[in-house]
Write a protein that binds this ligand. Structure first.
Ligand code: HEM
Length: 364
């Protein structure tokens, strides 16, 4: 057993030890429950948010004592590397799926979400901290870390898509005080997930199958560790005759590159730094890393969407496109929708002073 798998096995056994409503077989490849036909995987119910959701509003800070808030976040994101920008898009997703969009993913300490295996490869925390520090100077105690994560996800998407993805972010989230490593395993979809599992896991967050497919387009930028698609549970580089197999040329290249689990490779082998609709062409051509990407061709409904998002606009000349690929606007809409999930209000949340820790009640 490699050291990585040993760590995962320990994580998995810890997960098995906690009392929870799930009856699961433990999979030691990503710390996720393995869907078992004899023991159906029970998802958290797709219930309305537990806490009354405050009405999020576009321009919330403009009207609430910090008109320059969004500009400050934008400036911090502009200074980020393309890789950190990709990380910021993923950070927003991982925040919203575990305890809702409440910056619980940012909390530091033993057994917080941040320490859980699926979150060890997150990046962009430094950008959030930088924005928060600037905001505390300008408008102390006003702007939540949860909103900073949402703004940063938008600004990173805008920058990496060359302005094609741009949208207004309803804001007014409060920061949560609960962050548990174990919550990540049951709420974050695993890369080996099949179409039903990932569809159900998004449905549990109020997102339908189209939202899931649209948001998966986030995999048109950024990177993955080889261990995420070459583990003992699902080795995407092995010979595979099934319809979801990886394109053999890409698999052969990755077999050479992936000398260790920790080696990182681009998610999109063609346009790795752009957030663009190339992802859907990659799906069509089986040039995608994860099972969860490949399975998007497996139902008529999802295949139709993949085909329509893969299409290039018609060009009148070399540079004048006619029409617009619908994915960019769909991605913007789905990011706003994801950002509604289990938002906290002032009764159950706070505005953190530092994004990595809950406030010390005596001093703040
Ligand atoms: C369908 C469910 C999804 C699964 C199974 C999944 C899984 C993964 C995995 C395993 C990685 C690589 C982790 C590593 O080894 O470093 C990754 C990276 C990434 N994911 Fe997803 N993901 C999903 C949905 C999403 C969504 C909804 C978004 C955002 C809208 C997203 C955005 C990203 C980005 C941008 C990266 C690259 C991050 C970086 O370069 O730091 N993913 N994802």
């Amino acid at each position: 057993m490699t050291p990585m798998l040993a760590v995962l096995a320990v994580l998995a056994s810890l997960l098995g030890a906690v009392s929870c409503e799930f009856s699961i077989s433990i999979y030691a490849g990503y710390g996720f429950p393995l869907p078992n036909p004899n023991q159906p995987f029970k998802l958290p119910p797709a219930s309305p948010p537990k806490n009354p959701r405050p009405d999020l509003k576009v321009g919330y800070y403009a009207a609430n004592k910090c008109p320059q808030a969004e500009q400050i976040v934008k400036r911090a994101v502009e200074e980020a590397t393309p890789g950190e920008k990709a990380g910021l898009i993923r950070l927003f997703f991982h925040d919203c799926f575990v305890q809702g969009c409440d910056a619980s993913v940012l909390l530091e300490g033993p057994d917080t979400e941040r320490t859980a295996f699926p979150n060890l490869s997150l990046r962009g925390f430094n950008i959030i901290e930088k924005a928060k520090a600037a905001l505390e100077v300008e408008c102390k105690g006003i702007v939540s870390c949860a909103d900073i994560v949402a703004f940063a996800g938008r600004d990173a998407s805008c920058s990496l898509s060359d302005g094609k993805i741009n949208y207004q972010v309803p804001a007014g989230r409060y920061d949560g005080n609960v962050s548990r490593a174990n919550d990540t395993f049951l709420n974050l979809p695993p890369p080996f997930g099949d179409l039903k599992l990932i569809t159900d896991m998004f449905a549990a967050k109020g997102l339908d199958q189209t939202d899931m497919l649209v948001l998966s387009g986030g995999h048109s930028t950024g990177r993955s560790g080889c261990g995420s698609f070459t583990n003992s549970f699902s080795n995407r580089l092995q010979a595979d005759n099934s319809s979801r197999a990886m394109n053999r040329t890409l698999a052969d290249q990755l077999n050479t590159t992936c000398t260790a689990d920790s080696v990182n490779v681009p998610l999109d082998y063609k346009t790795p730094y752009a957030l663009d609709h190339q992802y859907y062409k990659n799906v069509q051509e089986h040039n995608v890393l994860f099972t969860s990407d490949a399975v998007l061709l497996e139902s008529p409904e999802t295949k139709v969407l993949v085909d329509s998002f893969a299409r290039d606009p018609f060009f009148l000349s070399d540079i004048i496109p006619i029409g617009r690929n619908p994915w960019y606007d769909a991605f913007a809409k789905a990011m706003v929708k994801m950002g509604n999930w289990e938002v906290k209000n002032s009764t159950v949340g706070e505005i953190r002073q530092f994004c990595g820790k809950v406030n010390d009640k005596k001093t703040y």
